[in-house]
Each structure stands twice: as C-alpha cells, then as structure tokens.
Write a protein that binds this ligand. Structure first.
Ligand code: 5RP
Length: 262
C-alpha cells in the first residue's frame, strides 16, 4: 500500500506513472533499467492487464526483460523492433540541457543503443538526480575484459588532459569478482567530480581501444519527468519547449506494487 512506501519510492512511482502518458497502444517502447524504470514496467504491465494497452517492449537488460515478461508485456528484441516510438529510463544525473550520466545499474550500453534508436527518450527520476554540472556521480565506462587494466591506464592518462576535476578510476565489483555486464564486459567508474565539457569527454573516451561505450548521454534525452515524495510531478519537455506540473493523489486503496524490490 502507498503508506508503506518511502518518500523516495513515492517520487519514483509518480514519475513513472506520469511518464506512461507518453505511451499509446500500438507503440514500440524501450524499457529502461533500474529502480525507477522498474516502477514504469510495473505501471505499463498494469495498463496491459487492466486497460488493454497493446505495446511491444524492448528491454535494456536481462533484469528488465524478466520483469517485463512477469507483468505481461510483450517483449521483443531491438532487431525485431528496428525503431522505437519512445524509450523511458532512469538516470543517475541530468543537467539543464537534459544531458545525462547513466549506467549506475551497469546497463548503459543497451540503454544507449535503445535510447538512440527511439523517436523520443524520456527520463524518469526524483529531484535528487538534477545537477548544475555532471560528474559528482562516478561516470561508468564499459570496457572489454581483454586488457582492461591497460584500458584503465589509458583512460587515466587521457583524463589528465581534459576538463575534469578528478582523475581516478575504479573497477566496479560484484562482491569479490569484477562486475560483468549483460554483454560480458566490465565497468570502470570514473571519479571526475565535475565534468567541464561532457561532449568532448564522451567523444575522447570512445576513441580509446577497449572502451565499448560510456555513460554520458548527450543530446539524446527529450524530456524529464520528475517525481516528488508528496505526489507532485513535473514534466519538462525540451523538444516541445513545455514545463507542466501536476499531482498524483495517493489513495489508500492504490495497489502500488509493494512487492517491487529492485
Ligand atoms: C542503469 C541506469 C539507471 O537508469 C540509473 O542507474 C538510475 O537508476 P535508479 O532509477 O535505480 O536510480 O542507468 O544502468
């Protein structure tokens, strides 16, 4: 029940719920990864079951694929879909231009491919994700396992010549072992503190051999839906040039998927 949700979960829920306004029957929809995106998948699943919504979902991770199937969404691959009407995903940071850092959940590669193959990309988040400048959240960079330590050194040397405040990197771990992405790669987290020129950094990182992709999403996102713990929700759509606010009424009888543990 809604009273069992923390304010942060309420914020994520209302953002996800509002973002379903971007989805209509017949659409092919990119499904993001992470705790906020999990709320979205649950909301869409409910609409499929109760309102007859007909969509094809393209998940951005094995986790999301499993959840989408569990809630009754028709899951297809990106190659089957070819192009998507909209992708909806979470973010680790977003700035005023809706440039993003993503990959906190390790799914940045599929997330970036899916978002780029969509007419619209919509981010759902709580207000804590908004920043003046990107970089306080460590920037995830996906590298192939072969020679990852050499890639790490090359990245650190490259950072010295760039407009960033920090230069250290760390291999993401999953317990005692390196974290492994759905593509079988590793993640290096770059502790930059502040990124002066995100576009340049993204281009330079992707030139380094061994780097598959980085978590900077530049000029990809069209709109952000921000949820608040009291039910307020704000939609900023930079493509339409609009900013709209509304509020969600939490009713005691709402079934807010209290089993969601992602
Ligand atoms: C996964 C991501 C997530 O979207 C990002 O980490 C935000 O996650 P959450 O909604 O749990 O805060 O990029 O790779």
């Amino acid at each position: 029940m809604s009273s069992q949700l923390s304010p942060i979960d309420k914020a994520k829920f209302v953002a996800a719920k509002k973002a379903t306004d971007y989805v209509q029957s017949g659409m092919k929809v990119g499904l993001g990864t992470g705790s906020t995106a999990a709320w979205l998948v649950r909301c869409l699943g409910e609409m499929v079951q109760d309102q007859g919504l007909r969509i094809k979902g393209v998940p951005t991770s094995s986790r999301t694929a499993q959840l989408a199937r569990d809630v009754g969404i028709d899951v297809i691959s990106l190659d089957e879909a070819k192009w998507l009407d909209v992708s909806i995903d979470g973010a680790d940071e977003y700035d005023a231009s809706l440039n993003l850092i993503k990959g906190g959940g390790g799914a940045l590669l599929q997330e970036k491919i899916v978002a780029t193959a969509s007419d619209q990309m919509v981010i759902i988040a709580d207000i804590s994700k908004k920043v003046e400048a990107l970089g306080a959240f460590p920037l995830p960079v996906e590298v192939i396992p072969f020679g990852w330590q050499t890639s790490k050194t090359l990245i650190e040397e490259t950072l010295i010549g760039l407009d960033v405040l920090g230069h250290t990197t760390s291999l993401r771990m999953n317990g005692e072992a390196p974290f492994v992405t759905d593509e079988g790669n590793h993640i290096l987290d770059l502790h930059l503190n502040r990124i002066g020129n995100a576009r340049q950094l993204s281009l330079v990182l992707n030139q380094i051999p061994g780097v598959v992709e980085n978590g900077l999403f530049i000029d990809i996102c069209d709109a952000v839906v921000i949820g608040y713990g009291d039910g307020r929700v704000e939609v900023t759509d930079i493509t339409k040039g609009t900013n709209e606010q509304s509020a969600y009424d939490f009713l005691d009888e709402d079934n807010l998927f209290s089993d969601v543990m992602d």
